[in-house]
Design a protein around this ligand. Structure first.
Ligand SMILES: NC(=O)c1ccc[n+]([C@@H]2O[C@H](COP(=O)([O-])OP(=O)(O)OC[C@H]3O[C@@H](n4cnc5c(N)ncnc54)[C@H](OP(=O)(O)O)[C@@H]3O)[C@@H](O)[C@H]2O)c1
Length: 214
């Protein structure tokens, strides 16, 4: 068993492996189909993780598919009942890239809720509002990243809170799993701001922060 399984070797996987290593977690890293990609990412980050490819058993108590929503749906289908009892962190922003003007999920739902319908794992939304580029440091302008979290299962949500805090980040539980709808719109807003050349203050290395009153 490992603490965390991360699926994918792209931008978010890079950031999440970095934070998991900082948290002292044992990590299994599964590439899509080329184990060399997982080995290369681990070597580049200088971290000791177990590597493999999608299809191998998921050994982590927490599993984080660091992939787009369509790929996440494929992954939960492929792993089926073997994810029973796992904590599944859904990091996706299901942007409709054909319009770049909305999300590709049914009205009144979210990627998280759609994934929950397809897996026995306990799905918790987190990390969709933190940009990949900011996860390496875990902070922007000296402020630890806020990680907004939404989940229904108390123990699963608490496991995500514990991981986020151990990784040096600031966990903020925003409510039940259906709050993922608002988190996905929030993540999308940050993407729109960062993609807007008229707003150079927002970049792919900026962060959203909730400030408590003093
Ligand atoms: N980038 C950000 O700042 C950011 C922030 C918050 C949330 N997110 C969310 O994080 C997710 C990943 O984004 P990213 O920027 O890391 O994307 P990315 O760099 O393009 O990486 C995507 C990864 O998914 C893998 N993949 C694709 N199809 C797959 C499949 N069917 N099965 C298994 N693995 C598959 C790819 O493997 P191959 O390269 O081998 O094809 C790649 O490693 C997305 O849902 C995005 O909305 C991103």
């Amino acid at each position: 068993m490992t603490d965390i399984t991360i699926i994918g070797t792209g931008n978010m996987a890079r950031g999440l492996v970095t934070r998991a290593a900082a948290a002292g977690k044992s990590v299994q890293l599964l590439a899509r189909e080329d184990k060399a990609k997982a080995d290369a990412l681990a070597a580049d980050l200088g971290v000791d993780v177990s590597t493999g490819v999608v299809g191998e058993d998921v050994t982590g108590e927490i599993v984080i598919p660091a992939v787009y929503f369509d790929a996440a749906k494929e992954i939960v289908t492929r792993y089926g009942d073997s994810l029973t009892g796992k904590v599944y962190i859904d990091i996706t922003n299901p942007v409709d890239f054909s319009t770049f003007d909305g999300l590709a999920v049914p009205a009144g739902s979210s990627a998280t809720e759609e994934l929950q319908k397809a897996t026995p794992a306990k799905v918790v939304k987190a990390f969709n509002t933190t940009f990949a580029a900011t996860l390496a440091e875990g902070a922007v302008a000296g402020h630890a990243l806020d990680v907004l979290i939404a989940g229904d299962d108390e123990a699963a949500t608490q496991a995500v809170v514990e991981f986020v805090a151990a990784a040096g980040l600031n966990p903020v539980v925003v409510g039940p799993q259906r709050r993922a709808q608002q988190l996905e719109q929030t993540g999308f807003l940050h993407i729109l701001l960062s993609a807007n050349e008229q707003l150079p203050v927002f970049q792919w290395n900026s962060a959203l922060k909730v400030l408590a009153a003093a």
